[in-house]
Each structure stands twice: as C-alpha cells, then as structure tokens.
Design a protein around this ligand. Sequence first.
Ligand SMILES: *Cc1c(COP(=O)(O)O)cnc(C)c1O
Length: 365
Amino acid sequence: MANRFLDIAAPGLAQLRPYVPGKPLAELERELGIAGSIKLASNENPLGPSPRVRPALTAEMDALTRYPDGGAHALRTALAGHHGVSPACVTVGNGSNDVLDMIARVFLWPGRESLFSQYAFAVYPLSSTAVGAKLRVAPAADFGHDLVAMQAMITDRTAVVWIANPNNPTGTRLTAAPLRAFVEALPANTIVVVDEAYFEYVHAEDHPDVSQWLGDFSNLVVTRTFSKAYGLAALRIGYGLSHPDIADLLNRVRQPFNVDSFAQAAALAALGDQDHIQRSVAVNDAGMHQLVEGVERLGLNYIPSSGNFLAIDLGRDAGPVDQALLRLGVVTRPIANYGLPNHLRVSVGAGDENARFLDALEQVL
Ligand SMILES: *Cc1c(COP(=O)(O)O)cnc(C)c1O
C-alpha cells in the first residue's frame, strides 16, 4: 500500500522496506503452542559471552541515572591497545551496523556510487540507499567476492566499496594477497570498508587482519563487532578502525551517546578474556564439522563457510522447509532476500542444537 508521506520523504526511501528480523523465540512458541525451540538464525555465540561480563554489567547498575561516557574512553583505549593503533583511530557504534551507517552518511549522497558484491551483507545497500547513493552490485564468483569484477566497476564517482570478510550470508572469505592488491589499486579518494564481523572465527594462515594495514592505507575502514564471537548481540556494540581523519568525520555524525554504559562495560570485560574467544572458536570448529558432515550425509550441497554459519543448498525453495522446521521448533534463516531462494542459512550452535537441527532437517526433507 502506498505510503501517503513518501513524496515528502528523502529520495532513497521509496526503495527501502523495514528490515525483517527473525521472529523472537517466545513469540514463535506462543503462536505454535510449543516449547523448547532453538534459534540458529542470527549467528550468535552458543556459549554466550565471557563470564567476566555479568559482574561488569552488575556494577553498572549503580550508575543508571548518569549518561554513559560519550567518548567511550576506557573501551577505545583498550581497543586501540588490542589492535596496536591510536585511540584516535577508533569509532564506537551501537553495533557495527551503526558504524556502517555513519560511513554511508559521511561519504555517500545522490550522484555518488556505493559498490559491493552480489550476496554481500544487507546493510550495505540499506545504508547506501537511505542516503540516496547509487548502488553498484558486482557479480559474485562461486558465491564470493570477485575482486576483478569489482575493480572493473570502480569509477570516479565510486565513493565507498564494501567488503565483508568473511561474508554473511555466504561464509566465503578473501585471502590476504588479493585483498591487499585490490586495496592498493583503489583511488586514494575511494573509501574501502572491510567488515570483519566474523574475523575471530578464521584461523587460516593466509587470512588478513586488515586492522594491521591501517598505517598503509588512509582510505581504509575496518569494522568489528561484539555481536558474534564475543557473544554480546543483545547489547549492540561494534567499532570501526580508520585513519584519525576518517574517525573524526564519523564522530561528527555519530549520535553523542550511541553506545550505552552496559555495552561499554561488557565489551571491555569481554575483550579482556581472549581465552573465551578461543573456546568459542573451538566450539564453532566442532559444530561446523558436525553440520557439514550431517549435511553431506543428507546429500545436500553447501557453501564452504569461514564463519559461524552455513548456507545449505536445499535444491528447492527453502521457504517451505524453513516453515516446516519452525513447526519442529528449529529457527533458521531463509536467504531469498539475498537472491539465494534455495539456500537456508543455519548458525553453528552447541552440539545438541546442531544435532537437533540435522534431525529436523532430515525429517522435513
Ligand atoms: C552480524 C554482522 C555485522 C554486525 O552487526 P552488529 O550491528 O555489530 O550486530 C556486521 N557485518 C556482518 C557481515 C554481519 O554478519
């Protein structure tokens, strides 16, 4: 139905629809009259966050009446130490999506181009469209970023290039050498965003930690999040790392208190517990192995994934399969909205959750 205020809204909004998140478990269970369902839909950490987070949150209960530290001083200092950069390079966000949105608001407007890959993360087109930029979508190769195709689409109007490494929802990743060559070849005034939301899960020798390239490329922005391996999705906190002049611009559009005091305290505590990250990665490795083995046993194809999720090719419309899984109390993510109607994205859960998903999938198929 037509929106009566659309003609007075910003130009990009005609192309946008509200993001449809997965249904909360409680609502699903109420609707279906079931209990004990599991959610493997949003790539969260089945272990949850570090045990250090809870006491850090409790301590913040005494300061509810005060605004949080708008500059996130303690957290930005710790993040700078973690990456070996200056605190002036760090921009905090209400989730890393918030940082992605700041990047769009700073560098994109009507007449400028936003370039990303087919099957890339949904927030790039969302934030780019909202500010009226022109979207350029490079065709993927084997579901992953085709850097040659992307390179060929750079024009003098290309203001921002977005690369998720690993990418969601496909789980594909780029190795260091080709990515570095791509960044090197970009015009100095084209911003390149490398979204490392799933960085912690990759332990391949050839995988780049792009935060270590900041000294070489002043047009580079790296984003990281506490929502995935750090297990803090509910608190909404992520960050960007960039040249201080880019961070300065991002901070000009950043809402003054965009990251609340609980999120800051929890992130600081979680960052200090890298052993928990190692445990989480081990759980993910085992769970990924379990899922891949189960999916192969069912004779299904999948996109090999470097993240904490797997896109499974059901060989038919994934929508009805998703619905049938829901009725068995298993929530996964169909990704037709990404142009992958036959794929179902499932997050790697704890061992018993993965087993339950595989059982349910076998039953449904
Ligand atoms: C989950 C995800 C994010 C992180 O979102 P937050 O706003 O930090 O929760 C960013 N990029 C990609 C590719 C993701 O999958």
